[in-house]
Ligand binder design. Structure first.
Ligand SMILES: NC(=O)c1ccc[n+]([C@@H]2O[C@H](COP(=O)([O-])OP(=O)(O)OC[C@H]3O[C@@H](n4cnc5c(N)ncnc54)[C@H](OP(=O)(O)O)[C@@H]3O)[C@@H](O)[C@H]2O)c1
Length: 321
């Protein structure tokens, strides 16, 4: 069994989705090297059966070989790509719909397939990727709790859920973490979700904490084939408006002698001890740069300034969830 407990993790982990070509390519050997580096540094690795349609978990299998007990692996289930499987259609704000299956039998089936791909007997933190609109969240969580009792999962998580769904799920079995988009350009979690999580003692794991790369200040345009062409925040007038809105962030980072990515992650770390984040990068040097943000101190005056510059709802363009 893994020797790494959720509460002992670095609050900045690693999002492995980036290894599947959504933001540009990387070969498998390099990807495994990146993952091994993350394990060595004690970072939670976040994956999903949907990333690369299972390929992401296969990469992780190679990286954890011989050191499973040193790693903390999170994965997710529920997005269905297989035409043989049925799911409920869920519209996203990025112009495509997803097919989601949260039935009891599918939870068991998806978990066993993930364990098989990962080459491990347990997943440390297992999330329902999206709630299935046609299945009660209680049913999904009951199946996850059963898998935990069987030793196949250590901690239960939910992703992209509402405050109400969290309350109902938590009443069935304690939920350890909720994953939701959270960053300087997506702060809506603060209004409803975060107060509920705090009341129930559940951690928030912020996905796309660098705004899918936007908050690094390095994305001027997105090219054809880049997954971000689906994201309305990166397109046309929205992109221009967002660049103008966030220009002061770059200046603040420069004055502090840190990178914009580090400022965005340091800001997240200042939002509470219960906030985790899983930035993704294909480059080891950037992973180290991002990790170092956990030690950057921002004073109250600066935090208040950032609040004024980038309040909830400041970014233009629809969100995925
Ligand atoms: N639950 C959900 O529904 C959901 C949805 C989306 C994502 N997620 C999770 O969140 C994780 C992170 O999200 P994400 O990868 O979409 O977005 P992200 O972490 O906000 O940004 C990743 C992008 O930033 C770039 N980057 C990272 N560090 C950088 C640095 N220091 N300087 C310059 N560029 C940098 C990466 O490019 P390079 O590779 O070139 O460095 C990549 O293009 C995913 O891996 C996944 O685990 C979950």
């Amino acid at each position: 069994m893994s020797t790494v407990n959720f509460k002992d993790l670095n609050r900045l982990g690693y999002g492995a989705m980036v290894l599947e070509g959504y933001y540009g390519g990387i070969d498998d050997n390099q990807a495994v090297e990146v993952l091994r580096h993350c394990i060595e540094k004690g970072l939670m690795i976040d994956s999903a059966d949907a990333y690369g349609n299972g390929h992401n978990e296969e990469l992780i299998a190679k990286a954890i070989k011989g050191q499973r007990d040193q790693a903390f692996i999170a994965s997710k289930f529920g997005i269905v790509f297989d035409a043989q499987q049925s799911g409920s259609d869920v519209e996203t704000g990025w112009g495509f719909s997803l097919s989601i299956n949260g039935t009891k039998s599918y939870v068991t089936q998806a978990l066993d397939a993930s364990l098989n791909r990962l080459g491990t007997e347990y997943i440390d933190l297992y999330y329902a990727h999206y709630p299935d609109p046609n299945v009660a969240i209680e049913e999904t969580v009951e199946a996850m709790a059963k898998a935990k009792d069987a030793g196949k999962i250590r901690y239960l998580g939910l992703s992209n859920v509402t405050a109400d769904q969290i309350r109902r799920a938590h009443a069935v079995h304690p939920i350890s973490a909720v994953q939701y988009e959270y960053s300087l350009w997506r702060r809506e979690a603060e209004t409803d979700l975060l107060p509920t999580l705090r009341e129930l003692g559940i951690a928030l794991v912020g996905w796309s904490p660098l705004g899918s790369g936007f908050l690094t200040g390095k994305v001027d345009t997105v090219n054809e084939g880049d997954f971000r062409t689906n994201n309305p925040r990166f397109v046309g007038e929205n992109l221009k408006a967002n660049q103008d809105r966030f220009a002061p962030l770059k200046e603040i980072a420069k004055d502090l002698g840190i990178t914009p990515a580090q400022l965005a992650l340091a800001w997240l770390c200042h939002q509470g001890d219960d906030i985790y984040a899983i930035p993704g990068s294909r480059k080891i040097s950037r992973i180290d740069e991002n990790m170092a943000a956990a030690d950057i101190k921002l004073d109250e005056e600066l935090l208040a300034k950032i609040d004024r510059l980038m309040p909830v709802g400041a970014t233009q363009g629809a969100t995925l969830v």
